[in-house]
Every structure is written in C-alpha cells, then in structure tokens.
Design a binder for this molecule. Sequence first.
Ligand SMILES: NC(=O)c1ccc[n+]([C@@H]2O[C@H](COP(=O)([O-])OP(=O)(O)OC[C@H]3O[C@@H](n4cnc5c(N)ncnc54)[C@H](OP(=O)(O)O)[C@@H]3O)[C@@H](O)[C@H]2O)c1
Length: 251
Amino acid sequence: MKIVVIGGTGLIGSQTVKQLQQSGHEVIAASPNNGVNTLTGEGLKEVLQGANVVIDVSNSPSFDDVPVMNFFKTANENLLPAEKAAGVQHHIALSVVGTQKLQASGYFRAKQVQEDMIKASGIPYTIVHATQFFEFAGGIVGMSMVDGKVIVPAANIQPIASKDVAAFMAKTALEQPANKILEIGGPEKYDMAAWVKQYLQATHKNYEVSSDPQALYSGAPITADTIVPEAAVSLGKTHYAEWIAMPENQR
Ligand SMILES: NC(=O)c1ccc[n+]([C@@H]2O[C@H](COP(=O)([O-])OP(=O)(O)OC[C@H]3O[C@@H](n4cnc5c(N)ncnc54)[C@H](OP(=O)(O)O)[C@@H]3O)[C@@H](O)[C@H]2O)c1
C-alpha cells in the first residue's frame, strides 16, 4: 500500500511513519518541510497520486482561536477533495477525546470542524480520539499558569504515551475504515493535579499546583470525566511513572 502521513514529521507522525515502514509499506512523510503544504495546496496532488490511505496527524502552528480555525478548515478544504480526486480509500485523522464537549474552546471548535468535514467528505474514514499525550504535561502546565502558580481543573485525565498513539495509528492504517470515532487512552486515570505534580517533580520544576472546579481546560469548562474516554477500544501499554523515570532518548 501507499500510505501518506500528513504531518509525518511531527511527534505522532514521525513515529507512525517509522512503524509503518517496518511493516514494508510505501510510506511518505508529508509536511511543509518536504514540499507538501495543506494550507496552500502545494504538493498535494503529486503526493496523493496512487495513495491508498492518508493519515492526518498535522497540527496548527498557532492555537489562538482565529489561526487554529483557519488551519483546520483550510487544510481540510484542500486535502479532502484532493484525496477524493486521487481515489484514496481510507482517511484517518487524529483528534482528542471529549472534543464534542469542549466547544467553548477555540482549539476544540477547530478540531470539531475538521471532524465534521471528514464525515461529510464521502471518503471512508476513521477518526481516532486520543487522550493527552505524556509529552503534553508541560503544555498543560503552560496553559494553566496563573500568576506563577499552576491551577488545573478539578478533573481526571488518562494520558497516553505518544508511541502508543503512533502504534494505534499505524495499526488502523492497515485495517478497514471504521466510519466512526474510536477512542484510545492511557492505562491509568489520574486526578489532573496529581499527574501534573508527578511531571513537575520528575523534571525538577518547582511550581505550586492546585485544582479548582472553576478552572478551564484550554478555555472550556470541564467536569470530572470530560477528557477521559467513555468507551476506549484500546489502552496504551506504557505506564507514566516508568516512562517519566526513563532518560528522554530511551522513551
Ligand atoms: N497534544 C496532545 O496531547 C494531543 C492529544 C490528542 C490528539 N492530539 C492531536 O494530535 C495531532 C498531532 O499532534 P502532534 O503533537 O504530533 O503535532 P506536532 O508534533 O506539532 O506536528 C505537527 C505536524 O504538522 C505539520 N504541519 C504543520 N503545518 C502544516 C501544513 N500547512 N501542511 C502540512 N503539514 C503541516 C508539521 O510539519 P513541519 O514539521 O514541517 O512543521 C508537523 O509534521 C494534532 O492534530 C492534535 O490535535 C494531540
């Protein structure tokens, strides 16, 4: 099979490309650095020629409301018709568990638009909803910083290693389209403040952490289980405590 990975140079994309190459398929990492840009349409027609499967794991360079909406809307306006014209048989995209419940957030409104466009495209698809990546703990700290203190929502989180997400994306590429959302998450569910404290301790960052039922997640109010899977089809096998204790180059 010819498999094109849009965003194939990113955190998930690069690991997905490596895993699929090991299974002997023709895999192309497509990204602006490799001459494929979904925002401008550059290189799309050429890279999709003869492609059977497309995996979209691209992400917006900016998470601000207007640019992130522009990114996912424009990218899919270019990508999906180009796939249709090329006869692509399976479009797989990575989104986030709870996206439909987080619509007060500009980032999640943009991810919802991406999902709705895929469902309306007529291309057989699988949308994978993953929980937060282990690697995203620092991102959560950054977006939860108030006057030098970390204030997270009083809610649960079930993070997953990016390598386990990539393994699931690679496996999905070799299966029939589900034509629905498949949820995946990590092996353990934590209180968000407790998980963030583990990350800060392991990385020797000395911030005070507290939880607040009113605190927003990426600009959206959440309840206890908004961002944990309702019905995961697969759980990552990597445990956070073991992962964070490893040297970075062995993770
Ligand atoms: N962070 C989380 O915890 C989490 C959880 C669940 C789901 N997700 C989803 O996972 C997906 C992948 O995230 P990630 O962390 O792997 O992303 P990432 O490391 O930031 O990589 C983004 C990729 O998108 C590419 N890209 C940017 N602009 C592009 C364009 N105009 N045309 C084509 N490609 C473009 C980048 O290419 P260059 O390298 O050339 O810039 C890069 O390969 C996202 O869609 C996100 O919503 C994230």
